[in-house]
Each structure stands twice: as C-alpha cells, then as structure tokens.
Design a protein around this ligand. Structure first.
Ligand SMILES: Nc1nc2c(c(=O)[nH]1)N[C@@H](CN(C=O)c1ccc(C(=O)N[C@@H](CCC(=O)O)C(=O)O)cc1)CN2
Length: 290
C-alpha cells in the first residue's frame, strides 16, 4: 500500500518557514512584503481561494492588498489596475485570479504583469526564464508538486517522469522543473498513443488533465510516485451530494504506487503556500536581499 503524501501538513510547515523569512525581511527592510490579489466577478470557487489567500498572507505576516472588481469590468480598467500595481512600491507580488469572466482577454492581462512581480509565474517572461534556467518565478502548482516529490524521493536524477497534460500553467512548467532535476521527461496528452503503456514506464507520474479518475490503478508501475493535480467535483454516492476526486483513480493506484497524493489534501494546499513562498522571494529580490 502506497504512502499517502500529506500536502496539507507540508504546506502548513512551508507557510511557517515563510513566516520566519517574513520576520527576517521586516527586520532588514523595515516594511512587510506585499501581495496584491485581483478578483474579477463572483465565481464561487475563486471567491473561496481569494479569501484563503488573504487569510494566509496576513497569517504569514505580509501585507494583503485585495482588489475585487465587478464581472462587467472592462479590459482597459483591469489593465490600468495591473499597471498601477506594477508601479506600487508596496506591492512585491501580483496575482490575477483565474478564470476571468468571459469577454476579458486573460492572456493580455497576465502579460501586463511586471515579470519581477509575477509570483504566479504565468507570464511568458517567467516561462522563458524557467525554460532557460534563469532566475524567475515558477507557477505555484508545479512548484508545489516538485517540493512534494523532492521531499518524498530526494534526488530525482535519472528517474523516468511522465507528465500527463500540456497546459502552460501546470504541464509544461512541471516538465521543465523535472528536466532541471535531470529526469527523463515525457509529456503525454490527448493524442498520446497507448497512454497506459507510457505511464507504466514511469517512476514519477504527474497527472494534470482535469478528467476525473482517468489514470487507472493498473497503469501504475509498482513503487512509482504519483502526484495528482486534478481537482474535479463529481456526484457522490449520496443523492444530491458532490465530492472531490483527482485525475487518478486513487483506490486503484494506492494499491500499486509507492507514494501518492490524495485529493483533497495533496497538491491543492501547496498552491497557496508556494504563492507566499514566491512573494517573499519577490520581496527579497526587490530589496536586494535574495
Ligand atoms: N491566478 C491563479 N488562478 C488560479 C490558480 C493559480 O495558481 N493562480 N489555481 C487555481 C485555484 N487555486 C488558487 O488560486 C487553488 C485551488 C485549489 C486549492 C486547494 O487547496 N484545494 C483543496 C480542495 C479545496 C476544496 O475543498 O474545494 C485540495 O486540493 O485539497 C487551493 C488553491 C485556479 N485559479
């Protein structure tokens, strides 16, 4: 039976370490690191995530600047706010909560963020820095996955890693991070031929496809480490109720894997902890303290 990787506990201890780093920063810089979060519209899940970001930012000793805008905000107004935050010396990190309401150009808004404040790691500048090994910010979810993997396995070099999913936000940066760790990396996607066979060759599986329980237990190589990025809400057995499942059939994979992240309580909590980690890093760099 696989070890369950406790992302919730790991994230809590990372947030504590960030809080210690924040105290050191405040002592040296004479100010708090600042994180600005922009939420447009009333998407219920986004509201919960933004509320949690605010609470955890404050708990880590940082300044939280929350900007809530109505769903009918224009592209121009949103870009003007991003410009204002880029210029604000109290703001070290900027995050625009995704998804944006229909009608807004997500890519244009993200690219408007100053790469030195891009604590979400979503700008093309950040992606380019990661791909070429330059210092920059790595998107929080893949960064969290890497931290969990290194904590579990130590040195990753020479491991066969399969990343299922090729999104700019998770799949591609995850593959870059694993390559940097000297893994042999395969990026699998919807056109991959014989996905089960590809996954069976992997020592490390990162599933980020957004399809509930798509990766089956008998695809997993015995002893492999499985990182499940999926957060899918599906109907529960009880009438009218729902539950969260990942992209991996947890019960099936748990029997064969060496270690596996659960959903919830695996990768998800790492996302906000890594956001705080990146914000502290941004503040240190801006003050020449990194
Ligand atoms: N600008 C961004 N937008 C979005 C990001 C992001 O990193 N940057 N990621 C997601 C949402 N997200 C943070 O914003 C996020 C998602 C999930 C979790 C989490 O802790 N999930 C829990 C389950 C929560 C639940 O019960 O519903 C878990 O997996 O254990 C935290 C943050 C999209 N938008």
């Amino acid at each position: 039976m696989a070890t369950r990787i406790d992302g919730k506990a790991f994230a809590a201890s990372l947030r504590e370490k960030v809080a210690e780093g924040v105290a050191t920063f405040v002592a040296k810089a004479g100010r708090k690191p600042g994180l600005a979060v922009v939420l447009v519209g009333e998407d219920p899940a986004s509201q919960v995530y933004v509320r949690n970001k605010h609470k955890m930012t404050v708990a880590a000793g940082m300044e939280s600047f929350e900007h809530r805008l109505p769903a009918d905000t224009s592209q121009e107004a949103l870009l003007a706010l991003v410009d204002q935050l880029n210029a604000d010396p109290a703001v070290d990190g900027i995050l625009v909560q995704l998804p944006l309401p229909k009608g807004l150009d997500e890519n244009a808004v993200i690219q408007a963020i100053d790469p030195d404040k891009d604590v979400d790691g979503f700008t093309t500048a950040s992606a380019g820095r990661l791909a070429t090994g330059l210092p920059g910010f790595v998107a929080c979810t893949p960064l969290g996955c890497l931290m969990l993997l290194k904590d579990q396995l130590g040195d990753l070099s020479g491991k066969n890693a399969v990343v299922i999913g090729r999104s700019n936000i998770v799949g591609k940066p995850m593959a870059q991070l694993l390559l940097q760790e000297s893994c042999t990396v395969t990026i699998a996607h919807s056109r991959t031929v014989d996905l089960p066979a590809v996954v069976r060759g992997a020592d490390i599986v990162v599933a980020a496809v957004g399809r509930p329980e798509m990766v089956k237990g008998d695809w997993i190589k015995p002893g492999a480490t499985v990182i499940d990025v999926g957060i899918n809400r599906v109907p529960a057995a009880e009438e009218g109720k729902t539950k969260l499942v990942g992209d991996v059939d947890f019960a099936g994979a748990e029997a064969t894997a060496g270690a596996i992240t659960p959903v919830p309580g695996g990768v998800g909590p790492m996302t906000i902890a890594c956001l705080l980690y990146n914000t502290l890093e941004a503040a240190n760099r801006r003050e020449g303290l990194a």
